[in-house]
Design a protein. Structure first.
Length: 231
């Protein structure tokens, strides 16, 4: 992507929005791709509702979040996949989180690392395994930049239907912040994630971002792809 001249002050102001623990916590939570209420985000971050409202308003004003109302509730979500990419990329460059202090927290961290959503596509050990399987089976080419092969286009069409030809890239490599390797993003990654949920091959875990394979998924995926499924 070609980028024109950038105002350093504008860049610094945008970066400063994520240089706050509360705002960063909100954005990391919203990487699950779903809409959260302001109250849910406040409880998740452990801050007062008034504090959450002030910080969320700043993120909305800057274009990082979008908001909508349904009934009495105000819902917020990331403004789009590029915002999610920015948050995920920054997460890759940070130090690992401290070791969880309890068995329950440790198990939750393991579930998150094993399989989760990264906005609208799959990440963690499972997401990386899917990426590796697509490459191993000759469906994704990586030698001269990431691209679907002709066999890959047929494979995706058969599984998810036609992929959009305009808008976001069809395929994009997203650096996984726990695996430090790539998983699949872009229109194809989003369509694959949506299809696996729709077919009941994956489902939400007990935490807000974790995903788990169902029995049907464990049986079906190895028939379609050379993939090392996580435990």
């Amino acid at each position: 992507m070609t980028v024109g001249p950038v105002d350093p002050s504008a860049l610094a102001a945008r970066a400063a929005l994520l240089a706050d623990r509360t705002r960063a916590t909100f954005c990391l939570a919203l990487l699950d791709g779903r809409a959260w209420t302001a109250g849910e985000l406040a409880r998740h971050a452990g801050v007062a509702p008034s504090t959450a409202t002030a910080q969320l308003d700043r993120l909305v004003a800057a274009g990082l979040l979008v908001t909508g109302r349904q009934g009495r509730h105000r819902y917020l979500r990331l403004a789009g996949p590029e915002v999610a990419r920015t948050v995920e990329t920054l997460a890759c460059g940070t130090a690992p989180a401290p070791v969880p202090p309890s068995l329950r927290a440790s198990r939750a961290a393991a579930r998150l690392a094993g399989a989760r959503t990264c906005y609208d596509h799959l990440a963690g050990t499972f997401g990386v395994a899917l990426f590796d399987g697509l490459v191993a089976d000759g469906l994704l080419a990586v030698e001269h930049g990431l691209a679907l092969t002709p066999a890959g286009r047929d494979w995706f069409t058969g599984l998810v239907g036609d992929l959009p030809r305009r808008g976001r890239p069809v395929v994009r490599a997203c650096l996984d912040w726990t695996e430090r390797r790539h998983h699949l993003a872009g229109a194809a990654g989003a369509a694959l994630c949506r299809t696996l949920f729709d077919r009941g091959w994956v489902e939400r875990g007990p935490d807000h971002r974790s995903v788990r394979l169902t029995g049907d998924g464990r049986r079906a995926l190895p028939t379609l792809l050379t993939v090392a499924l996580p435990a």
